[in-house]
Design a protein around this ligand. Structure first.
Ligand code: BGC
Length: 485
């Protein structure tokens, strides 16, 4: 196969992942047809994650009516997908190491597709919840395997962008889900909304069957001949020998795969705390409460018709999330991680304070009864747009980038799986308690609580998260050693 083109990565030398040990395929920015297939796998894995995050928002109302669900069961149907993802992420780390990145993405695609069919055909609530758990397991496994796969197969100068493409696909998946929700809402076609996720699932299976195995993983499995075949496929016309030698020497330095004891040991405690802390703050600052319950928030803010709610959710949350992710892609390697995180958290905190204040006003003015769109409703809409934009250029992509760059190679698979699982556990807790929290402390205090977590997150990022922009992975490891973590 011939090369189909080249992509120029700006600030390529600054990219965190550009400096990964030279254990990766040949440098350069050449996109071969096989790399397009790899990119499709990464994008589809992100899109599954996003579609599933977004689709429930529009499907909830009809599901609630179809099965007469209590508030608690609405929360269970919404959030148990994250519980499945938590276990999927932990299993995904093991699968990716044992069966390889390609096969774990393939398994994730099969599990996800099966789960979405179970959801769509469910006769009742219990099977629906089981379907949500299965879908979640697929999403979680893909969420660990796909970025690892991206990191190992992308040309070094484009690696940062390959990983960022994953977050962009998550945001894109949420947006498409909102569009599908809007399209199907009037027919109460929630089975179709959920069942349609089988389409990207099947596409992922198709691409994952085609895609090459990671030469790096094959070398780890001592399958040099297979690694050479895959390397020649991905980078036709280049000599695979030197690339494989570099992988071999980098693997030798890693002293094999770390035990769980080492992952949690004193030596790597600081990066683990940074990774896990970022994973927690990404969720407890409220993003998924807003993604999942957007329609209900806009309803409470005075968007009384279903069409108005869906439009607000689709564009103000879904569209803005996609567009603002490009800001991160453009600036992450120029401004650095800390600046984006700190600026984003300020914007998120302020906008949540405004949302809380607007709800305070709405509650007083209407004694809790929904009213037609009012000034307070518009203020809520604008503030939520600012919140989403600030998340999308900071806590969304930057958190995943930092999590994927702070660990040394030999603990990376397991440590990333731990951080990802903690992220899902936090998402689970937030989505599980959000509606109940609103009932107990009210809308305003719930948003102010998220705002206070943004403030705490800001302080924590300021003191705990080092700048990793422009440093090689070896230099990042030295940060931990010099601080005697
Ligand atoms: C988060 C998800 C969130 C998504 C929104 C991701 O980085 O991990 O929980 O739903 O961003 O775009």
């Amino acid at each position: 196969m011939k090369n189909v083109g080249t992509l120029k990565g700006h600030g390529a030398s600054d990219s965190p992942v550009d400096h990964k040990p030279a254990s990766q395929p040949p440098k350069g920015r050449t996109i071969t047809p096989w790399l397009v297939v790899v990119l499709a796998v990464i994008l589809l894995s992100g899109a599954l994650f996003g579609y599933d995050q977004g689709v429930i928002s529009g499907a909830l109302k009809s599901i609630k009516a179809a099965f007469s669900l209590s508030e608690l069961l609405v929360e269970v149907v919404t959030s148990w997908v994250t519980l499945g993802a938590l276990f999927g992420a932990l299993a995904g780390g093991e699968l990716a190491d044992r069966l390889g990145r390609k096969h774990s993405v393939l398994i994730a695609g099969v599990v996800f597709t099966a789960g979405s069919l179970v959801e769509a055909l469910t006769p009742g609530t219990i099977v629906l919840v089981i379907g949500r758990l299965i879908v979640g397991a697929g999403v979680g496994a893909a969420a660990v395997a796909a970025p690892l796969y991206a990191a190992e197969l992308a040309p070094s100068a484009l690696r940062g962008r390959f990983i960022s493409a994953y977050q962009l696909a998550v945001a894109g998946g949420i947006f498409v889900a909102y569009l599908v929700d809007g399209w199907l809402a009037k027919d109460d076609a929630w089975r179709w909304m959920l069942g349609l996720s089988a389409v990207p699932g099947l596409m992922l299976i198709g691409f994952a069957l085609l895609t090459p195995q990671s030469p790096r993983w094959l070398m780890r499995m001592q399958r040099r001949a297979d690694a050479a075949t895959e390397m020649r496929k991905i980078h036709p016309g280049t000599d695979s020998g030197p690339g494989l030698d570099t992988i071999a020497s980098s693997l030798a330095k890693e002293h094999g795969r770390a035990s769980w004891g080492e992952v949690f040991g004193k030596k790597w405690r600081r990066p683990l705390l940074v990774g896990v802390g970022l994973a927690v703050f990404q969720q407890i600052t409220g993003i998924n409460a807003i993604i999942y319950y957007a329609d209900q928030i806009f309803q409470a803010a005075g968007f009384t018709t279903e069409a108005a709610q869906t439009t607000a959710t689709t564009w103000a949350v879904g569209g803005v999330n996609v567009v603002a992710t490009f800001i991160a892609i453009a600036f992450i390697d120029r401004l650095g991680r800390r600046k984006l995180l700190l600026a984003g958290l300020v914007g998120m905190a302020l906008s949540l304070v405004v949302v809380g204040a607007a709800f305070e006003f709405i509650t007083r003015a209407t004694a809790g009864h929904p009213v037609a769109t009012s000034t307070a409703g518009i203020v809520t809409l604008v503030a939520l747009v600012i919140f989403i934009a600030c998340f999308a250029f900071s806590m969304g992509p930057v958190v995943w980038t930092v999590i994927n760059e702070i660990f040394p190679g030999h603990i990376r698979g397991r440590a990333v799986a731990v951080a990802t699982a903690v992220n899902w556990a936090s998402a689970f807790i937030v989505s599980q308690v959000f509606l109940s929290l609103i009932n107990v402390i009210g809308d305003s205090f719930t948003f102010w609580l998220f705002a206070s977590f943004c403030a705490l997150g800001w302080i924590w990022v300021f003191y705990a998260v080092p700048e990793t922009k422009g440093r090689s992975l070896e230099q990042i490891q030295q940060i931990w050693q010099s601080s005697g973590s």
